[in-house]
Design a protein around this ligand. Sequence first.
Ligand code: NAD
Length: 494
Amino acid sequence: MTTEADLVERDLITRVPTDLFIGGEWRPSSSGKVFDVEDPATGSTLTQVADATPADGLAALDAASEAQASWSKVSPRERGEILRTAFEMVTEHADDFALLMTLEMGKPLPEARGEVTYGAEFLRWFSEEAVRVGGRYAIAPDGVTRLMVHKRPVGPCLLITPWNFPLAMATRKIAPAVAAGCTMVLKPAALTPLTTLLLTSVFQEAGLPPGVLNVVPTSAARALSTPLLQDARLRKVSFTGSTPVGRDLLRQSADNVLRTSMELGGNAPFLVFEDADLDAAVEGALKAKLRNMGEACTAANRFIVHESVADEFGRRLAKAMGGLFVTRGTQDGAQIGPLIDARSRTAVHKLVTEARTSGARVLTGGEPQNGPGYFYPPTVLADVPSQARILSEEIFGPVAPIVTFSQEAEAVELANNTEYGLAAYVYTRDVARSLRLSESVESGMLGINTGIISNPAAPFGGVKQSGLGREGGSEGIEEYLETRYVGFADPSAN
Ligand code: NAD
């Protein structure tokens, strides 16, 4: 039986463009091919999207290169106004964006609404930053030369986004690029291209000139990106995704000496000290672990808990996680949706199974559900041995492994025992300890007594193998600007 909700979903899907967007026009792939976009809660096909070829990618770069000179001359205020209009339009169509993300990515509707607010905020934030790009003027130490320093747009950029935050990862790149005066070729993740395509239609309506934003979904990411990275007209690549792919893109960027921004994987430690407010720590743990079903680069990956409170923390966390409603994200009351695909679910379960075999205790969950969709139950593991793979790899699922420590120094050592350094979380009431940890924990971002750190006004990014560069904050626009210096000799000084 077709319900009213089915009709709303179908109507939305038919309104989303499914072609490539190049030079201000929607067009099919030059191969005529399309690929399927799936609903991970049911495994059924939502729609089909044009499958860009490498030639389409180069056509997108042609359009971006052609538009670069005129776009960089558009006034900062005008660029800011386009972003502001886009912010208002995304906010006005928040229900459409939220439902679309839930359909193609799986997150529960309330979380998808949260992402609309978060993702739209980058448009507003950078509409304000567009008019705040400064420079400086100084007298050189010799007293003769005048030093003028100003900022210019980097030039055409390749933006590559992941599937886990389809709106926010796109706006976090597009908005600063627009504000700085750069043109773009955007390649969204093949698993979730629809949100980006709907966002593209918003920019078209908001008055972004043709060629500034070009969008090329493809099922063959590397085949499309490699010729672009080899093309001297491209000046920058900004990538959000896994560390192995980031390394590959960095290697390829070397030949053309491209500017690079890399937002890569994480393995966030979540430290709970003996003086922590345990209720707050459990509440924070639920947020840091389960946002996006654990499919977040900032997700708490290892719970490092003082031995005196570990049992109590584990018991409370297991009770809270075990009681969550796991179902399709569109259902009323949904709290945990499906994982993105079968491969992810298999990978998560393998980590859990290996940890169990090596001695971990299951406090809740641990067995995948049967039936359609890629659901995995919230799972808590205690007594996880230090060599277990689940502690060194990104889990990307709703699984919380707990290990214990006795001294602060040991906790810091455990926290830093990873190649990653994106997010970290600390629960303690001791201010002096908080300050010490803000210097000793190796991460680009640290949450103290909070499980949520993402904020458009803050610099998001990692250290070590979690990446290079920052997105958001006043730092975000700098990634799309280069510094020019002009030495100006005062003739009267000679
Ligand atoms: P992924 O690396 O598989 O893919 C990311 C994007 O790169 C997609 O668009 C994909 O199509 C494309 N891609 C894949 N292989 C490519 C190649 N060889 N050449 C060019 N492009 C290629 O990552 P994912 O599975 O989509 O996303 C999950 C990963 O992203 C996790 O590791 C997560 O931690 C990371 N992530 C990081 C941040 C951050 O800000 N640091 C934010 C979100 C996700």
